[in-house]
Ligand binder design. Structure first.
Ligand code: PEP
Length: 242
């Protein structure tokens, strides 16, 4: 089994104004040697925060490269602003904007077209977890959300149980390991030997206090961190354990 470099990704969501530059500078100054770090900032900040020592990503993109889509931002625009990656299919976008697996796949395809890493999010709701459907839901989301022409090199998967996002609750280690194992098997079936290079991130209420335990689980190759990425000290506290 080849070893994958840990990937610690922050998702700032709709947070961040001018002073965010200081957080990026603090993350850059305190970055540990091991893991790869990325902050997915609001689109308005990407240009300002890029080239300051921390890789910057977007949180969404439109499937098309340009055109009559008022208010939307293309993957090419994110790359032009200095982004190296983009989150697609976050559960907040699936819920708030009605994004389907098909939409997410088109966005992941756009990311590849623009030379960005696509961080494709999947994860079950609480009702789905309680009814025993979590593994089926994740497999179905992978089937639909990972585009047919995805490359191992531009693909990252984030397992984010919806009920764990922003709630302070997390699955237990066995539950996380079970889902990550299913995702790893799915990637192997889709990408063959190349799948060994694809990172699978866990996301949902990760913080410095639970990061070590979560990051030690087999097939957890890093984290996608919302709330605890807003303060450099919390984000670095997680990264230091990767
Ligand atoms: C997220 O929304 O990607 C996330 C993991 O949020 P939080 O860490 O706040 O649960």
């Amino acid at each position: 089994v080849m070893s994958r470099r840990a990937f610690i990704v922050g998702n700032w969501k709709m947070n961040g104004l001018g002073p965010a530059g200081a957080e990026i500078d603090a993350i850059s100054a305190g970055a540990p040697d091991g893991p790869e770090l990325l902050i997915c900032a609001p689109a308005t900040l990407i240009h300002r925060l890029s080239r300051r020592g921390v890789a910057i990503g977007g949180q969404d993109c439109h499937p098309k490269s340009s055109g009559a889509h008022t208010g939307d931002i293309s993957a090419e625009m994110l790359a032009d602003a200095g982004a190296t990656a983009v989150i697609v299919g976050h559960s907040e976008r699936r819920a708030d904007h009605g994004e389907t697996d098909e939409t997410v796949a088109a966005k992941a395809q756009a990311a590849r077209r623009a030379g960005l890493t696509a961080i494709i999010c999947v994860g079950e709701t609480e009702v789905e977890r309680d009814s025993g459907a979590a593994l089926d839901v994740v497999a179905r989301q992978l089937d639909g959300s990972v585009p047919a022409d995805a490359s191992a090199a531009n693909t990252v998967i984030a397992y984010e149980p919806v009920w764990a996002i922003g709630t302070g609750r997390t699955p237990n280690a066995a539950q996380i390991g079970e889902v990550h194992g299913v995702i790893r098997d799915w990637l192997k079936a889709r990408f063959g030997a190349e799948s060994d290079t694809i990172r699978i991130l866990y996301g949902g209420s990760m913080k410095p206090a639970n990061a070590a335990e979560i990051l030690a689980i087999a097939d957890v190759d890093g984290g996608l961190i919302g709330g605890a990425s807003l303060k450099a000290s919390d984000f670095l506290g997680i990264a230091a354990q990767a």
